[in-house]
Ligand binder design. Structure first.
Ligand SMILES: Cc1ncc(COP(=O)(O)O)c(C=O)c1O
Length: 458
């Protein structure tokens, strides 16, 4: 299994050929899932005592299984938060795997962690956070949010021994991402949600909410989570106002910019994030709007020591890593994961190859595509905007359609290989309405693509 033989050489050539074909394919088929039982019927059992052979297994993947997936970088995949990793980043993902680097500690992963830190330096510079701010790459926004709120809670607990026996309380808005809600559950914290769907969370609303807390709850409050680009609508909370309140109330200020964070590089919208530089921690997902392959999130902290206090693992087998002789930056000490892939390396390579200016241009294009789509929607009598686009998200309605019609339209377009565009809900006058939503990430999406999708709604 670990030897080098003809089979390995042939398999390597097959894999490289596939990778080159896929990476250079600008119009991948819009695959669709099949039921597991149907896939099993087609491919049969693949894991057997004697193995089915690399060639056969690879053929099944290439000819059947990958076709039952949706290429996330398809230019007409505008659902959820899509992705569009650069070809350089994908190539370097292969290199990252081939290099077998342990990314937990500098002692083992120094050269790779150096690459990650170069990319992180740029990311941190986009936030404008003060000297000493730094971060680490995580498996995604969920892990980054979890790492940040664990650091926040530990900081709160370190203030008063009584807090160790108390359940923490976190305040966020009802438009924050589901992962914030889930991660509060994971750490068994209570969560207070401020209703603001349709608008951004402001400092005034936050202050009013805090003022209403009784003394016990006020003492339990350990963090406020604002959003820098909501998933549903691209809305950015009033970061300066929220920072004022967090500073006054001495509460940890976390900003979830998992989706929107890439837009910090876009000059046209950078001002909307003013106040981000006052956060205690920030989540930004390079696998969303910074063109990295999955999976790559990032958590950034104003005070790295506080993150280290929360996350540094202890064990006799780990002591050597923290020894002077092994000295260096240890990513594992700042987030929830110990053994980790150096997942920031593909981003680093692509940044190093292309330079940050090209990133700015590609991100601006997503914002521009949202404006173009909005104009096209306004020009069609059967469509209307629900609200003006925000960042790269466009919410619009097909006049007269029921929720079932939106759903059927999604399935039909997907089945026909036209596009993947999914419905969402939007609250107007206390009622939830089903609407359609675009999220632009891929700079290769064309105006023709947008026309083709909108035309199918007529
Ligand atoms: C604002 C926001 N936060 C967090 C997440 C979760 O990120 P991930 O899926 O990388 O864990 C998402 C995902 O879309 C998001 O949009």
């Amino acid at each position: 299994m670990h030897s080098i033989d003809m089979d390995l050489v042939e398999m390597t050539l097959d894999v490289m050929k596939y990778a080159i074909d896929r990476i250079s394919n600008v119009t991948p088929e819009l695959g669709a899932p099949k039921k597991e039982a149907d896939l099993l019927r087609i491919v049969g059992e693949t894991v057997t005592p004697s193995g089915i052979g690399g060639e056969a297994a690879f053929k099944l993947f290439r000819d059947v299984l990958v076709k039952a997936t949706v290429p996330i970088d398809h230019p007409r995949h505008l659902a959820f938060v899509p992705a569009a990793p650069t070809r350089a980043a994908i190539m370097f993902d292969l290199v990252t795997s081939a290099s077998s680097i342990h990314g937990a500690y500098w002692m083992e992963g120094g050269g790779g962690i150096f690459c990650e830190n170069q990319a992180m330096k740029w990311l941190v510079s986009l936030t404008g956070m003060p000297k000493g701010t730094f971060g680490v790459f995580t498996s995604g926004g969920t892990a980054a949010n979890l790492s940040a709120i664990v650091a926040a809670r530990e900081e709160w607990r370190s203030r008063d021994e009584a807090h160790i026996r108390e359940k923490g309380l976190l305040i966020t808005s009802d438009a924050s991402h589901s992962s914030v809600h889930s991660m509060a559950k994971v750490i068994d914290a209570d969560m207070l949600m401020i209703h603001c769907e349709g608008d951004n969370l402001t400092g005034k609303e936050l202050q009013a909410t805090i003022n209403k807390l009784d003394e016990k709850d006020r003492n339990r409050l350990f963090a406020v989570v604002a959003t820098g680009g909501t998933t549903n609508a691209g809305i950015i909370d009033e970061l300066h106002g929220i920072a004022d309140v967090c500073e006054k109330e001495n509460v940890w200020f976390h900003i979830d910019a998992a989706y929107g964070g890439g837009a910090l590089a876009a000059r046209s919208v950078r001002h909307l994030f003013n106040g981000i530089e006052r956060a205690d921690s920030v989540t930004i997902d390079p696998h969303k709007w910074l063109f990295s392959p999955y999976d790559c999130g990032a958590v950034i902290y104003k005070d790295m020591e506080l993150a280290k206090n929360a996350h540094s693992q202890k064990g006799s087998y780990l002591e050597i890593f923290k020894d002077e002789g092994a000295h260096g930056f240890n990513p594992s000490e700042y987030q929830i994961q110990l053994t980790r892939r150096v997942r920031g390396m593909p981003l680093w390579f692509s940044l190093a190859m292309h330079g940050t200016d090209k990133y700015r241009v590609a991100i601006e294009r997503g914002i521009e595509l949202a404006q173009i789509a909005a104009k096209k929607i306004e020009d069609r009598p059967y469509l209307e905007l629900v609200r003006p686009p925000s960042l790269s998200v466009v919410l619009y309605r097909r006049k007269g359609w029921t929720p079932d019609q939106y759903r059927e339209w999604t399935y039909k377009n997907h089945r026909d290989g036209v596009a993947l565009v999914t419905p969402t809900k939007w609250k107007t006058n206390d009622e939830y309405e089903t609407v359609s939503r675009f999220c632009f990430i891929n700079p290769d999406t064309t105006e023709k693509d947008i026309d083709a999708i909108l035309d199918t709604m007529e």
